[in-house]
Design a binder for this molecule. Sequence first.
Ligand code: NAD
Length: 355
Amino acid sequence: MKICVLPGDGIGREIVTQALRVLEKVGGKYGRTFETEEALLGGCAIDATGVPLPEETVAKCQASDAVLLGAVGGPKWDALDPAIRPEKGLLGIRKALGLFANLRPATLLPQLADACYLRPDIVARGLDVMVVRELTGGIYFGEPRFDGMKDGERFGLNTMAYYEHEIRRIARIAFEAARKRSGRVCSVDKANVLDVSRVWREVVIDEHKNYADVELSHLYVDNAAMQLVRDPSQFDVIVTGNLFGDILSDEAAAITGSIGMLPSASLGESNPGLYEPIHGSAPDIAGQDKANPLATILSVSMMLRHAFDMAEEADCVENAVKQALEQGYRTGDIMQPGRKAVGCAAMADAVLANI
Ligand code: NAD
């Protein structure tokens, strides 16, 4: 298994270093060998080569079985021309690898229930949602788009458009993900108002014929946003388009209350997937051994599960994280009274000790 590692900027290198220690330990336990190769992305790539996504990085990613990313960006590069900002590198690598599906699990571990914004009786029912968001289509990319003047006043226009093949492939990813979880998919759209959503719903229903073992339901996006805070325990996998997914995945992540805990995966048809924490490069704490490495460690777990079909190894990492939290270890972002405050490396040590 060949992994291209993109540490990126800010806390990127610190968290990726710790995640790779965990990968090596779990590999040793199960007799797996992972070959890693580093490449430049983001601000560090601009400093070294003048561009946020060097061609060499694209080639190295394409030649790998999976990509592990820390985070990119920081104040040092904020004043640059937007065309060569670090974030352009991130959009560029997603495009180059054809990553059309973004998987974001929002799980509330019982050990961190205090961090959750919801009422304790709602939290007690559990929160383990996987949002599958379409990433390369919909209103963010639809044509025509326009920003200017029309009929003597300011006028803006975007187009929400989906082809059947785009809906079918994201639906497949959601059904496959559900098979590895509780076997339920809720498709979110606005089919009562939008034509594009009616096509979305029809295609999802049609694709579902290939996944009869998975339960399929539908919600309008306004209701889904409400149900997520009213009773998130009703959801397993949510599949939705780019715009609705952008909003709902942030809502699902935010209610858990701990940004330093949440991993993500971006997948394409057959290209290597990209695994990364949902947070940014946290320049305010970079280089101080304060970053929470658990989101990146859990991204490695997603990589084991989705890229390499190593469910047992993935479970092992997740359980080790839960045990470290159970034992009271906390980085600053999730610190609670009476717990053991640790830094980035010591948090990873605690996870390693439980593998
Ligand atoms: P951020 O996620 O980097 O930080 C927000 C807050 O959360 C900060 O206070 C930070 O210290 C804290 N935080 C984040 N991750 C943490 C962790 N693992 N452990 C402990 N605390 C953590 O978001 P921001 O401040 O808006 O952005 C900083 C930079 O990151 C910007 O340049 C932005 O463009 C970039 N960014 C990159 C990505 C990415 O690479 N995928 C995503 C979001 C933002």
